[in-house]
Write a protein that binds this ligand. Structure first.
Ligand SMILES: NC(=O)c1ccc[n+]([C@@H]2O[C@H](COP(=O)([O-])OP(=O)(O)OC[C@H]3O[C@@H](n4cnc5c(N)ncnc54)[C@H](O)[C@@H]3O)[C@@H](O)[C@H]2O)c1
Length: 463
């Protein structure tokens, strides 16, 4: 896939990028495309080997072509050698992982190790730009570590420059960011970092702790939106209202926005759950209560279970039942399964004794208590029910009649909300969504508003 854009001119510099994951590889390729000379350092021999052979270790639309083009132009190279990357380089983008630990706090081992290595190799003053997502205060701590490792006379300035790219749209997001955030205690260096990027986008320059918190707070807010959508969806189900128009009607308010306001199996991926936990851990470490963020986490932990409970309510006990789960990736358009709610759905089904077959167009479903099938129809063969857990567009174009013929039962739970429920119902399926409306005939009667409106007594149930 080719993504068209025209990067605005930058003043080319030598850049080192540390880490060739979603963030580092995208930054390396896009910085090279913008005109910089980029050396990308990757520590994993398997990942580096793939890159040196021209094979992409991750899938991102448009990235493969951009890497190939810039390698061919000599503006982008890959190595495991930090010293090689540091030659003639003042700016280093730190893009290593900050995975969550068991208790939800971020593991900063990769970042502190990389900062020490880089500082030890620096022959002249260095600007270490932290693109990884880190808790407020990390840049200051890293600066102390780097100063301990640097040669006498070499100063290492550590700045925050959080990354906001969305997987599956990473290249597009790099060139059309909503904003570029730079945190530095030196305004000159802040400006220097902002100028590495193509111009024409809002730039927020602030102190380091504020910059680090912008990233945590932004992802926490997105998580809150999704959990709120699921909360509204639950209320819709009790009321017999339909969450789709409700949330659209809410989101079209320009103060609110429709993005991230969709019910489903919850949020996942490598960022939202981790950053929400990091936000909460930061608050807790300061003795500060963050009940809104805490509630978003609690609602999300229940979201995949709610999907399975829906299926159980429709089908009865799940032990021994054959269930097809379509989608394993945490969202469509990516092969990333980190913290995927679809995987939680599979695990929850298996824990209740169901026999699960899964399909995903791109993501591998290794280590799951399920068999992987090459096509959606193969996963659905002889299944009692199907759950659409990831909203891949190809599932929206499945033919319900073919699915009906292939399956043993006719229950569909569309947790992703992408299927045409009417078409599946016409084919014979019983369709359940998250927050889906019920036919008027089976809507539960709501007594309380009737009493509020009429001053009538709440009827006492007989018996
Ligand atoms: N994935 C996203 O969508 C996204 C978006 C915004 C921010 N972030 C943040 O950016 C950071 C990186 O995320 P990611 O998804 O790219 O992680 P990732 O785990 O996919 O990639 C990190 C890479 O860094 C490499 N690495 C670790 N230590 C190294 C070292 N010392 N030298 C060279 N390479 C080293 C690892 O081998 C790995 O390939 C995280 O803090 C994440 O929270 C991620």
């Amino acid at each position: 896939m080719t993504i068209s854009f025209r990067p605005r001119a930058v003043t080319p510099v030598h850049l080192a990028v540390i880490g060739a994951g979603y963030v580092g590889l995208t930054a390396a390729a896009c910085m090279a495309e913008s005109g910089h000379d980029v050396t990308c350092v990757e520590a994993s021999p398997r990942r580096l080997g793939m890159l040196l052979e021209g094979v992409m270790p991750i899938y991102e639309p448009g990235l493969e072509e951009m890497v190939a083009k810039n390698v061919a132009l000599g503006r982008l190279r890959f190595t495991s050698d930090v010293a090689e990357a540091m030659r003639g380089t003042r700016h280093v983008l730190l893009c290593v992982g900050t995975p969550p630990r068991q208790d939800g706090t971020p593991d900063l081992t990769q970042i502190s190790r990389a900062a020490r290595d880089i500082a030890a190799q620096a022959a002249s003053d260095l600007v270490l730009i932290v693109k990884s997502t880190v808790p407020p205060g990390t840049c200051e701590a890293i600066e102390i570590l780097a100063a301990e490792s640097a040669s006498p006379g070499v100063s290492v300035h550590v700045a925050s420059n959080p990354e906001f790219l969305r997987e599956s749209r990473a290249v597009e997001d790099f060139f059309n960011p909503d904003r570029i955030v730079v945190g530095s205690d030196d305004p000159e260096i802040g400006r220097e970092i902002a100028e590495l990027y193509p111009a024409g986008h809002p730039v927020v320059v602030c102190d380091r702790r504020s910059s680090e918190l912008i990233k945590y707070a932004a992802n926490t807010f997105l998580a809150v939106k999704i959990s709120f959508a699921n909360e509204v969806a639950g209320l819709c189900e009790l009321l017999g209202a339909d969450a789709a128009p409700v949330l659209r009607g809410v989101g079209l308010d320009s103060r609110i926005g429709t993005a991230f306001l969709h019910p489903g199996p919850g949020f996942g991926g490598s960022c939202l759950p981790k950053d929400l936990s990091g936000f909460l851990a930061t608050a807790e470490s300061l003795g500060y209560k963050a009940p809104v963020a805490a509630a978003a986490l609690a609602v999300n932990q229940r979201a995949p279970v709610v999907v399975v409970e829906k299926l159980e309510a429709a089908l009865g006990p799940l032990a021994g039942r054959r269930i097809a789960v379509l989608g394993v990736a945490f969202k469509p358009g990516t092969d990333d399964t980190r913290d995927s709610p679809a995987i939680e759905v599979v695990r929850e089904l298996a824990a209740r004794g169901a026999r699960v077959a899964v399909h995903d167009p791109m993501a591998a479903a290794d280590d799951l208590p399920a068999v992987t099938m090459p096509t959606p129809l193969a996963a659905m063969a002889m299944a009692d029910a199907v759950v659409v857990a990831t909203g891949w567009p190809e599932y929206a174009t499945l033919e319900p009649e073919l699915a009906w013929d292939a399956m043993a039962g006719g229950t569909l739970v569309d947790a992703s909300g992408i299927l045409d429920a009417d078409a599946w119902e016409r084919a014979g399926f019983s369709v359940y969504g998250v927050g889906g409306g019920l036919p008027t005939s089976v809507r539960p009667v709501i007594w309380q508003p009737i009493t509020w409106a009429t001053n009538a007594q709440v009827p006492v149930a007989a018996g």
